[in-house]
Design a protein around this ligand. Structure first.
Ligand SMILES: [Zn+2]
Ligand SMILES: [Zn+2]
Length: 55
């Protein structure tokens, strides 16, 4: 089951994965394989704000 579309992070077209944190669709390059979250979540997460994620 593959999901194809436009990466919400870098804008590249291809196979997408769902970020486990923000739910965004990102490409393989923008997804952290270890944590299953997108690059933005993996690198820009705020301390004490890992849960929720809603504005
Ligand atoms: Zn991407
Ligand atoms: Zn994310």
């Amino acid at each position: 089951m593959e999901l194809l579309g436009i990466c919400s992070s870098c804008g590249a077209a291809g196979k997408l994965f769902t970020c486990q944190l923000c739910g965004g669709l990102v490409c393989a390059r923008c997804l952290d394989p270890g944590s299953g979250v997108c690059r933005q979540c993996a690198g820009g997460r705020r301390a004490g704000d890992l849960l929720g994620g809603q504005d």
